[in-house]
Ligand binder design. Structure first.
Ligand code: FAD
Length: 559
């Protein structure tokens, strides 16, 4: 067994050489020219782009080398980092301040001493004990991607992707790009479980439009040679099977070393990302983070957080002040020609936690409609009904989704309330936005609710109000009404409303239009005229998406 001796300079050993680990290493070098920085990585690559792996499988990223942002040699040349690949850390001796590594090539063991140890071991794909699961490919490392890419090169006709989360959908798109007929099997009742059902249905429709078979509410019972069997007895052909059902934090080493885990099973750390041992830090997917909404700890596996935490640890080791940042869980995914993004919590999670909230929907265009190419988004904003704290947002659309979710994430980080989104001065020219950006519009809508100017009805409450005797009025044009309307509604176009008040009778009124905007104007007019009126949140578009989502759930798998 070789020994790496301690020198007089501080020795910082980092386990895991990708997002969190490499951020720590390079930041630390910029802060401390003398520190001896050793990065130990068990795979054959460091500093690789795990987020790009699905696109390598699909051939959009053509060269495997493009996935590797830096090689050990480049990292030595620029940063004087001692980067050792194929070196797995198998034990941590906290008392002796050293780790034992084992070469994954030769099996040789080495003891490496440290003054400070940083654990950034990431997370491993969950592999459930389902018969035949050993045939299932997962995607985490460059080696995984290379294996999957060579499977794809032999031109399989069919594939089953297990799991319709962010990575499952990215893999699906890339397999379809390769001409493979893909079935997605997802245990929950919808694709992209973090999204609201009325937004997730838009993603499912995009998948189906691209020929993907989507089986939600279905679970895999076994994986065969060329097929996948479901618990309900159905069997799908599968020359290739890819699993993307989530990850579990890599904590075994930390547990063996007597470090504490948090309630969600990740490594427990303080605000400076120190474990209970002040000389051992942990960052990235392996650790529990403070959640910005609940302030409790939870597991959130995202590259931005890993990078940020790595930088913070470097600052702390170098004696710089660092401040904790709670995690919002801001995430985005491209699914063929649409984009889905989320930040904060969804309504389901808030309801489960018993947290009061209001939700509003809008369907703004990504840019001025008079400029060619404008497309609609579906946006949902969730906020505290008392103080306006933004609790979450989700957006699905073709263009401009990334910008809007990021503005909302920035507003949440800065502590802006939902109504204050209206005040944001955002860039505008016709190809990019409207003078009232979609985020401003969400702010106006939230403000109207918070200050009591407008009372909206959630799509799921319409039937109850109609049963209670409310009149349902569609204020869209006759042509729009003819293309599809909420059953039982009467059509009084907004421009004719003043002249047809008698048709409304004396009952209170629920007003709707396509997206809620004309409905808002009509509701205000009716209030002025002495009617009791409420506007349907998100209009016909949200109502019909909710209906399709409910119908899809009710139909279950194989619909
Ligand atoms: P990792 O980057 O996984 O690095 C951990 C490293 O530690 C690994 O290379 C591993 O080999 C090594 N290691 C583990 N144990 C040992 C040991 N005992 N000894 C030595 N080395 C060890 N996030 C986003 O925000 N956006 C995205 O679009 C996105 N897309 C993704 C797509 C895919 C296919 C995958 C797999 C992940 C994606 N992520 C995305 C998540 C993101 O990659 C992770 O959140 C991030 O990489 C976590 O950084 P980390 O340093 O904690 O772990």
């Amino acid at each position: 067994m070789r020994e790496t001796p301690l020198t007089t300079a501080k020795t910082v050993v980092i386990v895991g050489g990708v997002a969190g680990g490499m951020s720590t290493a390079t930041r630390l070098r910029r802060l401390d020219a003398d520190a001896k920085i050793i990065v130990l990585e068990r795979s054959g690559h460091v500093s690789f782009a795990n987020c790009g792996l699905p696109y390598f499988v699909g051939g959009l990223i053509e060269e495997e080398d493009s996935l590797t942002l830096q090689t050990p040699e480049q990292l030595f040349d620029r940063f004087r980092l001692d980067v050792r690949v194929h070196d797995e850390v198998v034990a941590i001796d906290r008392t002796g301040h050293n780790v034992t590594t084992r070469s994954t090539v030769t099996g040789e063991q080495t003891v490496v001493s440290y003054d400070k140890l940083v654990l950034s071991m990431g997370a491993a794909p969950v592999r459930p004990p389902i018969p035949g699961y050993e045939r299932v490919r997962t995607l985490r490392t460059v080696e995984d991607a290379a294996r999957l890419a060579s499977d794809v090169d032999v031109a399989p006709a069919t594939a089953v992707v297990i799991g319709a989360g962010f990575i499952g959908l990215e893999i699906t798109e890339n397999l379809v790009r390769k001409g493979i007929a893909v079935t997605i099997v997802e245990a929950t009742p919808q694709v992209l479980p973090p999204l609201a059902p009325e937004l997730a249905i838009l993603v499912e429709e995009e998948l189906v439009a691209h020929g993907v078979r989507v089986e939600t509410g279905a679970s895999v019972s076994s994986v065969g040679e060329r097929s996948v069997s479901l618990a309900d007895g159905r069997i799908f052909p599968a020359d290739l099977v890819v699993g993307a059902i989530g990850v579990r934090p890599e904590v075994r080493l930390a547990e063996l070393a007597g470090l504490e885990l948090g309630p969600s099973g990740g490594i427990a750390v303080n605000d400076a990302n120190q474990t209970k041992d002040p000389d051992v830090y942990a960052v990235g997917d392996a650790v529990e983070k403070a959640d910005a909404i609940s302030h409790a700890t939870s597991l959130i596996a995202l590259a931005n957080i890993a990078n940020r935490q790595g930088r913070r640890v470097a600052d702390h080791i170098a004696g710089r002040p660092s401040h904790p940042v709670a995690s919002l869980g801001t995430a985005i995914v491209k699914v063929f020609d649409i984009v889905a993004a989320t930040v904060g919590w969804n309504a389901r999670r808030l309801a489960d936690a018993g947290r009061p909230f209001r939700a509003i929907h809008s369907h703004p265009f990504d840019h001025a409609t008079y400029y060619p190419g404008a497309t609609r988004m579906a946006a949902k904003l969730i906020f505290d009904p008392h103080d306006g704290t933004i609790l979450g947002a989700q957006i699905v659309g073709r263009n401009g989704v990334d910008k809007r979710i990021d503005v909302i994430a920035a507003a949440m980080s800065g502590g802006l309330t939902a109504d204050r989104l209206a005040d944001l001065e955002l860039s505008y020219a016709p190809p990019f936005s409207s003078a009232k950006d979609p985020v401003n519009v969400l702010g106006y809508m939230a403000g109207n609710i918070l200050n009591g100017d407008c009372d909206v009805v959630a799509p799921e409450d319409v039937d109850t109000l109609v049963e209670e005797g409310w009149t349902l009025v569609d204020v869209r044009t006759e042509e729009e009404h003819a293309t599809g309307a909420i059953p039982g509604s009467i059509n009084v176009p907004i421009d004719a409303l003043r002249d047809h008040l008698d048709t409304l009778g004396k009952a209170p009124v629920v007003v709707y239009c396509a997206v809620g905007q004309r409905g808002h104007t009509a509701t205000a007019l009716l209030h002025e005229l002495g009617f009791k009126a409420r506007n349907l949140d998100g209009g016909y578009l949200t109502w019909s998406a909710s209906l399709r989502a409910s119908a899809r759930r009710a139909a279950g798998p194989s619909s």
